[in-house]
Design a protein. Structure first.
Length: 387
């Protein structure tokens, strides 16, 4: 019996490692594309130059790799123990932009200390995944109940949504709600609880959002896209690339025509310079990322680790989907980076940290090294029955 169990464990570990290899390959490919596009878009500016942009973006990638290594090596018991306190600290940091940042496009979203600046929503969303995963794993067999399943998990998300409403950051608030809701449904929370609460929350968020002029302008622009709007110019860039593109560095829509060409609309420049095949590469890469994470989720046995892997996979895929929908004209303009490809350093660092934790969780589960002594027996997964 011991020999059979050992053989099963070896096969499981081999499958986990194979999936992780593919996940690393996709992540590295997207990061390389991001580095190339940073030099192409920002390196064309006279005040910067390719070498300076290469150094700046390279330092962001290096910081992301450090975050990746730390996340891949940190003990998961420590992660779970500090998930909820860390989330509260990160959520409170989202209130700081009003004190330490300037108003940009009608909102306070950046913390600026000298030349250092970052978006606190990135660590807050990262920590929210950990907190929701911890709450869902702790619920155990009570996951279907409102008080023990729905309320703790969605309460964490609603707290962050309330904090983001003070900036305001309506796009990330919707992503946070969708992320927590899907993760809760995957864990087994009853869909019935989401209907009244979801409708009430959506109505409240819509009322708050429509109080701001720039939100109404974006919704109006989405319903009637003009050629000179941000989305319209992005679509022109996408269409002008044709099948093979204009060539790396040869695009002209990045020359002040498409706003935020290095961040929110970097996909438009990818399509212009690399054409249909460049666009297809990005779509296939993120699809492969989602499929690989799904395969890992179906094989992870420990509840907390499974929800952690699923949550971070959803976080990256949701963010990518939101960005691509905006650039392709299927959603109103919103300041959300394309994971691994946009030049935002905060987003890149926490996306790579998320990949590091996915690998950490998958390896720990395959090796059986994550003890569930602090988890109630009813919340453990029975191999071959619940997995």
């Amino acid at each position: 019996m011991t020999a059979i169990t050992s053989e099963r464990q070896k096969r499981t570990q081999a499958a986990h490692l194979r999936e992780l290899d593919w996940l690393m390959l996709v992540t590295v490919a997207l990061c390389c594309l991001g580095l190339v596009m940073a030099v192409s878009v920002r390196g064309s500016h006279v005040d910067l130059g390719p070498m300076r942009v290469m150094k700046e973006q390279g330092s962001k990638v290096l910081a992301g790799l450090v975050a990746f290594m730390l996340a891949a090596l940190v003990p998961l018991r420590l992660i779970r123990r500090w998930a909820l306190p860390g989330f509260f600290v990160a959520a409170l940091c989202c209130l700081l932009p009003r004190l330490l940042g300037d108003k940009v496009n009608g909102a306070y979203r950046w913390i600026e200390i000298g030349s250092f600046q970052f978006q606190p929503v990135e660590p807050a969303r990262f920590c929210m995944v950990l907190a929701v995963a911890s709450m869902l794993a702790k619920a155990g067999s009570g996951i279907t109940a409102f008080r023990t399943g729905f309320l703790p998990a969605m309460g964490v998300a609603l707290l962050l949504v309330g904090v983001l409403a003070t900036q305001p950051d309506n796009g990330n608030a919707l992503i946070v709600l969708g992320l927590a809701a899907v993760l809760s449904l995957v864990a087994g929370v009853r869909f019935l609880w989401f209907v009244p609460v979801g409708l009430l929350g959506l109505c409240g968020l819509s009322v708050m959002a429509l109080q701001h002029d720039y939100v109404r302008e974006r919704l109006t622009g989405f319903l009637d896209t003009r050629a000179d709007s941000q989305v319209g110019l992005g679509l022109i860039a996408v269409g002008s690339g044709g099948l093979f593109g204009r060539g790396l560095g040869q695009g002209w829509m990045k020359m002040g025509y498409v706003p935020e060409a290095h961040n929110d609309f970097v996909f438009a420049i990818v399509a212009e310079e690399f054409g249909y095949f460049g666009s297809l590469f990005v779509l296939v890469a993120f699809t492969a990322f989602g499929v690989i994470v799904y395969r890992l989720v179906t094989r992870v046995r420990d509840p907390f680790l499974r929800y952690l892997v699923c949550g971070f996979g959803l976080m990256i895929c949701f963010q990518a989907a939101a960005n691509l929908l905006v650039v392709s004209g299927w959603a109103p303009a919103k300041g959300i980076d394309l994971p691994f490809v946009s030049t935002g350093g905060t987003s890149l660092m926490f996306c790579l940290a998320a990949v590091g934790l996915i690998g950490n969780a998958a390896r720990a589960d395959a090796a059986g090294g994550f003890a569930t002594a602090d988890v109630s027996p009813s919340s453990r997964v029975r191999p071959g029955v619940d997995a």
